[in-house]
Design a protein around this ligand. Structure first.
Ligand code: ATR
Length: 302
């Protein structure tokens, strides 16, 4: 993907940051690596359409320097930022205030600077729920969900959102089962109305437990490479399943191919990416996010 990647050095002064540019930088995505972020092609057309004079930039921030980067952006008069891997957890600690979703998920992906303070939100969870509504007309209330590869950041956001929205049962599945046990214990305490279960990917009960679920979600990173295998075997899937892969590139993973083979209804992570972005834009500019423009912008890169 094209587009310059800025560094912490570029934040030293407004002159340096905006050198050679017509519009000032006002929003950024903070990550490492950040060069492949799909956020600028989604948000820049939205700014342009609304006639907002500003650039949405990519900012490479080393691990351990998120708080410093956010302070620079605040001092430079930025409107806000998105935060991506690996900084979403550290960003939470750098905020003066965070919304309920961010607190419950334990991670921040959207920042807005308010009256000299750093305020944080998490729109990944709400974006996931909105993606399910859009793709499947599906609401999480009272549903049974299996989350495959729940040991990473995406798994934590999706599992927490399921509980926030009142799912009846959430089955966390992971290659390394120890990595999900503390998440399950923590969520179980916080959301007693949802029953949480942990299962190893290799567990012989996996197919049977999957059959009892309505929604299967892949939050593992397996599938990002086109030749990756599916984290679960084809025998997990049935025609009654709704199957969502949080991966959007490539658009068809082995996980989704298995599901299609068994006549399940499938969708990839494009809609989650879009809706987390729409929610973020609505935080910066309340009620103004141009959904279709953002969808088209994202289509140019995914
Ligand atoms: P993060 O989001 O923290 O960067 P990650 O390393 O990308 O996490 O891994 C996300 C999830 O993908 C984890 O649940 C991981 O399983 P483990 O916790 O057992 O490592 C899962 N994952 C990654 N590669 C996998 C593989 N080859 N097979 C099965 N699961 C895998």
């Amino acid at each position: 993907m094209s587009g310059r990647v800025y560094t912490m050095e570029d934040l030293r002064s407004r002159e340096r940051l905006d050198d050679g540019c017509v519009k000032p930088a006002i929003l950024a995505v903070i990550g490492s690596p950040v060069s492949h972020s799909a956020s600028p092609p989604m948000h820049q057309p939205a700014l342009d359409e609304l006639g907002i004079e500003g650039r949405y930039i990519k900012l490479e921030v080393p691990v351990g320097r998120v708080a410093e980067a956010l302070q620079y952006l605040l001092d430079l008069g930025f409107v806000g930022a998105n935060v991506t891997v690996p900084h979403k957890f550290a960003a939470l600690d750098a905020c003066h205030q965070v919304d309920e979703a961010a607190r419950q998920i334990g991670a921040v992906n959207t920042i807005k600077f308010v009256d000299g303070e750093i305020h944080g939100w998490n729109t990944d969870g709400p974006g996931f729920a909105q993606a399910l509504r859009q793709e499947f007309s599906f609401d999480l209330l009272n549903r049974r969900v299996m989350i495959v590869g729940a040991g990473g950041g995406a798994g934590q956001a999706v599992a927490t959102q399921c509980a926030r929205d009142g799912a009846a049962r959430v089955v966390l599945v992971n290659r390394t089962v120890e990595k999900i046990e503390s998440l399950a214990t923590m969520l179980q305490k916080r959301f007693p109305q949802t029953s949480f279960h942990c299962l190893a990917l290799s567990d012989v009960q996996l197919d049977g437990v999957a059959r009892q679920c309505e929604l299967l979600v892949n939050t593992s990173s397996l599938g990002l490479r086109p030749d990756d295998a599916s984290p679960v075997s084809a025998s997990c899937f049935a025609a009654h399943h709704l199957v969502y892969d949080t991966i959007y590139k490539p658009p068809m993973t082995a996980f989704l191919r298995h599901a299609v083979m068994h006549q399940a209804t499938v969708a990839n992570g494009f809609s989650m990416l879009l809706h987390q972005g729409v929610y973020a834009f609505d935080i910066w500019y309340p009620g103004r996010a141009p959904l279709e423009t953002m969808r088209q912008g994202l289509r140019t890169v995914s």
